[in-house]
Design a binder for this molecule. Sequence first.
Ligand SMILES: Nc1ncnc2c1ncn2[C@@H]1O[C@H](COP(=O)(O)OP(=O)(O)OP(=O)(O)O)[C@@H](O)[C@H]1O
Length: 744
Amino acid sequence: MSTEEFRKEQEFITELYARLDDLRDEAEAAVDQALRTPGVGNQGRLERDVMVAEQSGLLAAFNAGESGLCFGRLVFRDGHDHHIGRIGIRKDDADRTPLVVDWRAEVARPFYLATGYEPMGLSRRRHITTHGREVTALHDEVLDLTDETRTGYENRDADEVLLAALDAARTGRMHDIVQTIQAEQDRIIRSPHQGVLVVEGGPGTGKTAVALHRAAYLLYAHREQLAKRAVLIVGPNPAFLGYIGNVLPSLGETGVLLATPGELFPGVRATGTDTPRAAAVKGDAAMAEALAGAVRDRQQVPERGEPLIVAHDDGDLVIDWDMALEARHKARETHLPHNLARPYFVFNLLDALAEQLADRIGADPYGGPNFLGPDDIALLAKGVAANPDVHAAIDTLWPPLTPEEFLADYLAEPTHLSEEDAAAVRRDGGEWTPADVPLLDEAAELLGEDDSAARAAQEAERQRQIQYAQGVLDVSYASRTYEFEDKEEQDKDASEVLSAHDIIDAERFAERHEEADHRSAAERAAADRTWAFGHIIVDEAQELSAMAWRLLMRRSPTRSMTLVGDPAQTGDAAGVGSWEKILAPYVQDRWELVRLRVNYRTPAEIMAVAADVRREADPGFEPPRSVRSTGVAPWERTVDDPVKETADAVAAELGAEGRIAVIAPQELHPALRPALPEASYGPAPDLTRPVVLLDPRQAKGLEFDTVLVVDPDAVRSGAVHGINDLYVALTRATQRLGVIRPAA
Ligand SMILES: Nc1ncnc2c1ncn2[C@@H]1O[C@H](COP(=O)(O)OP(=O)(O)OP(=O)(O)O)[C@@H](O)[C@H]1O
């Protein structure tokens, strides 16, 4: 083995980190300096903020590069070579020569794809393993068999690097896989940005890892576009988002919004829970019809023969069935949402009432034309429009509604549903639930926002800005140097100096200042219900209800989406489960399906047990192929005291490196908690603790070194998709699985 080769690689890595330190210092100094500069005027402040944001982004990327900065090297047959890294870094020379190439660059692709059969121009590929800033191992693969150079690092299996990553003790936080992305995964990560891509695969096939690396890749390849529109990643629950939350920052990417479906209605925190039945009813597509019907029901007319009578100075006003029906018809004809169609209803009624009054007051008893002139009628109309009682009466017929008010009323008295469904969702007051969020969004669409008042305020502010800008321009005009004026005086066209006046008018100058919202796109997106994201990634996509899909599709008008999931793991009773069903209403059959077939998480011994469970529901089921086996067989015990058995099993495992999960139905948690004093539990458990107590739903998407599944039969029978829940629970372990069954 050539120590010379090792030394050279270490030298390179040392030089690389020195450059990283310099870049980091520069970025830090730039941020510091910018923060200390007050920024004169709006423009100055804007420039300062942009500078801080840019440099902070760079700083985040440089900090991300600290660990595992460079992990590979490609040596091409023509002699040139590249080091591959987590982020790209260039030398400080005139050509800005690349020191290390970003893993997402096209030139890095052979690192993931080249094979002996298709070497892609490579003669050798090197995996460099580092610990901190020290090189700890090199693995060389010779791809050009005619190349006789030997470094001494060849005859070792490059899969060692992958297997070491898979075997490593878990930390409670997901790690990136840039060093060991497999070819089938790479193709998905880099597939085109447009359109809907569905990635399906069994447990542990790397769907989440691929989805996150795809986000990083897209942000790199389409930075301009996606930095403006932001990328949204949707995951099933807050614990899962916490689990994956470090991956993108470790790749230097921070411009991404991570959210559960229950967090996608700004201003609403969904802290309540639904019964599975209620969630299923709320998630069903029929709910859209029901809500639309309920909105129409809020557009009322008085009963025939029972008009609304409003006292008015010039005589009682009568809103009768005919008049209201006509006004409602006209308003509905606009096909506008409820709140936006409302002014049409109001104006129609006001007109009709003014006419009613005019007919009464100006009527010629002998049948001749009305005595009132247009001015008198206009005056009457004004009086009617100014009468608050008239508006109060109209409000009872066509009330302005907010989504929150409307849905709360609807849930108190659900309509357009079967009796059983209505009973399942009926709720008077209480907290919003995740299943309510898509309904709030649906309601917001049906109601529309009458933002005329907000727009008027905005316009007034814009006018104020224009006036201010005009003032600024006037001052700049007045302060031109005498010399320029002189020149202009002599010959108006001769001035070669452009002043602000020549190139910009006050309106445009003011518009520039309107961009003073310096939040990142992801931050602005989080606060805006109608935000259209540049790309949306949905993890555990099989869990989403039809109503949640309606919400997400509204956020993705371009339909640029990556959906990852596994129908066999569907747990939510409202989960749609079939890609065709999910997608047909939005893109018909214009979507692409790719499958991942290798299980990187679960050893073969554990997967065999999990597959047997799955086959109960689907006899022909074929599990994904496990990439490794550990020789450790899962165990199962039937015991009288499952709580004590669990506590003993945890105690036996504690102390070893890694994480332990106890996965048990919620009903057992109160008994298990005191027996597991070191365990973290609850709605958002700390996954970095050595022991975590979860129910099967919470375990979705997570992984642990050791998993203990308690009372599998209760899991299986405890939910509509109980078999799937058990399958999920059994496939969470990277090393050891124990199953504890209470004696009957
Ligand atoms: N190419 C790879 N190199 C190293 N580790 C990998 C690779 N692909 C996947 N893994 C690891 O395998 C494990 C499972 O991956 P991931 O959680 O993405 O699978 P999944 O398909 O989303 O699983 P599930 O459906 O069960 O949630 C993770 O620890 C991940 O880091």
